[in-house]
Design a protein around this ligand. Sequence first.
Ligand code: IMP
Length: 444
Amino acid sequence: MKTKLSKAVSVALGYVDVLVGLQWGDEGKGKMIDYLSQFYDVVCRFNGGQNAGHTIIHGVLKFVLHILPSGILNPNVKNVIGNGVVFSPEGFVDEVNEIQEKAGIDIKPNLYISNRAHITIPTHRWLDKASEDSKGDSKIGSTLKGISPTYRDKISREGLRYGDIYLTNFKEMYQALKTEHLKMMESKYHFILSIEDMDELDIQEAKFFSAIESMKSFQICDTSKLLNDELHAGKKILAEGAQGTLLDIDHGSYKFVTSSNVISGAVCTGLGISPKRVRKIYGAAKAYNTRVGSGPFPTELFDDNGDLMRKNGCEFGATTGRPRRCGDLDLVLLKQQCIVNGVTDLIILKGDVLSGFNQLPVCKSYDLPDGTNVKWPPHDLYDAKPVYEQVPGWKQTMQELNVCKTIDDLPQEFINYLNQIVEYCNTDIAYISVGPDKEHTIEV
Ligand code: IMP
């Protein structure tokens, strides 16, 4: 008699929840990840790099994280920088030192770095600059952290990975890549480094190699295996998106986007986990819109209202310090991003900033140049002329909103404003953030 085909044994598995930004970044993801991290065993970054700026406020201390996952201040959480991330070792080491000094804790034991994450080398940043300089008025507004050139090398299969730093010929690999970069700078961008630039590059290179040595004292490993082992042990993982999904290389406002996939789907490729393990998808959005860098922004405000939002919302870039462009809530874009990401739980932040406005215009469709009116963004967002509906504002001040602890404490007009979001996007709100601190968070 034949032996029967074996049956796979089912194992208890944990799950991955994802948190992504639904706008152009800076939605306040850092605060929410820091808040949510208490419910998870592992927090991971899966995309982007040091272009991110996640602000966390702990008591009186403010931390801006660029590459470290936002669970890093929680001693009970493992933090993972996944394979989909790219970053420079110098920036990483500086950030670790700064955080350790300020927080007075040793974060190394809880931090794991993928051996497949790509390394940003100093000439990646020079290439970023050369590329932006060559664009004149049509600059992307890059953070100049070398993100795009590092991803370009990754996709061209020419990049360096953190697993490579142990190879005996790492320096030669570095040298070959640097030589290619210098050639490209000259041939593609007509950018030739001056003597002073070369001196600066020498200094950057010395810092780079010293940081590479320091990296060897961190836990660099196959984080896909680590995460799948955690899942098999029934652990709960939170994946922390960087940037916002309107900056996604495929689904954002191309070409004014970043160079990675930002949407929730990227969590599987950026961490090496199965889509079957993904449970909730949190989507974070401000109650209005902001954008740094160039590119289309249909509801942008150029008047006093925009200035007031910028002032009340402290809308200045966490990575570059640039003033953020501010504008009204765009439900067409928000709904598209809810759908593309499969958002299960909305998180609406910074509604308190809208205190003091009598009327709040909300964009519900676009008029296009061909005379049509649409509820889905067109191929070129510059073509979208927003059509607004006015929603009444509330009389309460920002300070009064900051102290609201439950939904019942919120002004009726504020709830009506939130209901516009839920009904238009057909997505439930899970959290409402009404101030910068973790305590200013209402669980719905
Ligand atoms: P890069 O990713 O530095 O090349 O920048 C490309 C575009 O994305 C620029 O408009 C940046 O301002 C924007 N960007 C990149 N990262 C962030 C972020 O974390 N928050 C907001 N905007 C970002």
